[in-house]
Write a protein that binds this ligand. Structure first.
Ligand SMILES: [Zn+2]
Length: 289
C-alpha cells in the first residue's frame, strides 16, 4: 500500500467522464466523477431527474441485490455500483461525487478496469483530514445452504474465494471450481482483480434477458462459463473467481477502507450485503450508537 494514502483522506484532482451502456438496463448513461471535500465519502448524484437527487454510498442505502448492488435513497436508485465502488476504494479515494445521467452505471469493459483508468486520469489529492479505516474486530459470517461468507480480523485486506462452477440444470453437480487467495494492495487490485470481467453462465443467458437483466452486455464484456469450461477468451484462467473477489471488494467498500480477511465460498451480492450489515452493526455497538 503506498504510504501516500495511509494517513490522509483524499479526493480526485480533476473531473473525468465516461459514457456507456448499463449492464442490466442496456440504457446509455453518462458518469462524471468530481472532487469532493473531506468526510463526503462516495456520493452518487442522479442528475437526469427533474430535481437532482443525492444517493450516498452507505450501508443504510443498500437496495437491490439481484445480480448487482443497487443503492437507494428517498425512492431514487443507482444501479450496479459495485465495480466503480471497488475502483474508487482501491484507487485510494475517500471522497468523490459520482454524477450520473441515468439510472445505472455504465458497464465499461465489464470489469473495474475502465474506472481504474479513469481515476488514474483524474489524479489524486490529499485533504487535510485523517483517514478513518474500518477494521473487522471479531469474526462475522453468514451462511445460506452451501454458500458461506466470513470476515476475520486481519492487518491488511485479504480475499480468499472459492467459486463453485455449477453444471447446467441437467447436470447439477459441480463440474469444477476455481480458487483465489490474495493479499489485496492497490497494485494487486489493479493488475490481478480489476481486469476480471463480469461472469455469464451460458445456460442462463436467455433466462436472465427474459427477466430484463443483462440487456447491455456483449460477449466481450463477460467471461462466459459453459458446461465444460469457458466459452471464448478469458483474461485469467480463474477469471470468474477473480470477478467474485472484485464484486466482494466493491460491496465491502460501502463501509469505506476496510481491513479484514474475507473468505467467500460460492457467495454473492446478497450475502455480501448481509456481511457488510453485520460488520457495520458491530462497529455501531463498539461506538455505542
Ligand atoms: Zn460484478
Amino acid at each position: 500500500m503506498s504510504k501516500k494514502w495511509l494517513n490522509w483522506q483524499t479526493t480526485i484532482l480533476r473531473p473525468v467522464s465516461y459514457e456507456g451502456l448499463g449492464l442490466h438496463t442496456g440504457k446509455l448513461s453518462c458518469v462524471t466523477m468530481l472532487p469532493a471535500s473531506q468526510d463526503t465519502g462516495v456520493c452518487f448524484e442522479r442528475c437526469d431527474l427533474s430535481e437532482p437527487q443525492i444517493v450516498p454510498a452507505t450501508v443504510a442505502n443498500i437496495g437491490g441485490s439481484l445480480r448487482a448492488t443497487d443503492l437507494e435513497c428517498n425512492g431514487v436508485s443507482v444501479r450496479t455500483v459495485e465495480h466503480i465502488m471497488a475502483a474508487i476504494s482501491w484507487s485510494g479515494i475517500d471522497n468523490i461525487i459520482v454524477r450520473l445521467e441515468g439510472e445505472e452505471l455504465p458497464l465499461g469493459d465489464g470489469s473495474a478496469f475502465t474506472y481504474v483508468r479513469l481515476l488514474e486520469e483524474a489524479g489524486l489529492r490529499d485533504l487535510s483530514a485523517r483517514r478513518r479505516s474500518v477494521k473487522v474486530e471479531c469474526p462475522v459470517w453468514t451462511t445460506r445452504g452451501d454458500s458461506h461468507l466470513i470476515a476475520l480480523p486481519y492487518e491488511g485486506t485479504r480475499v480468499t474465494f472459492l467459486f463453485l462452477r455449477k453444471g447446467s440444470h441437467l447436470e447439477p453437480e459441480y463440474s469444477s471450481s476455481e480458487y483465489l487467495d490474495i493479499e489485496v494492495t492497490p497494485e494487486v487490485f489493479r493488475e490481478e482483480i480489476a481486469p476480471a470481467r463480469t461472469i455469464g453462465f451460458q445456460w442462463e443467458l436467455e433466462t436472465i434477458q427474459e427477466q430484463g437483466l443483462a440487456l447491455g452486455a456483449t460477449l466481450e464484456q463477460a467471461a462466459i462459463v459453459g458446461k465444460d469450461g469457458y466459452i471464448g477468451m478469458t483474461r485469467f484462467p480463474n477469471e470468474a473467481c477473480r470477478h467474485k473477489a472484485l464484486d466482494l471488494l466493491g460491496d465491502i467498500a460501502i463501509l469505506g477502507q476496510v481491513l479484514g480477511h474475507f473468505i467467500g465460498i460460492g457467495s454473492g451480492h446478497s450475502m455480501n450485503h448481509e456481511l457488510v450489515r453485520l460488520i457495520s452493526r458491530d462497529l455501531e455497538i463498539k461506538r455505542g450508537v
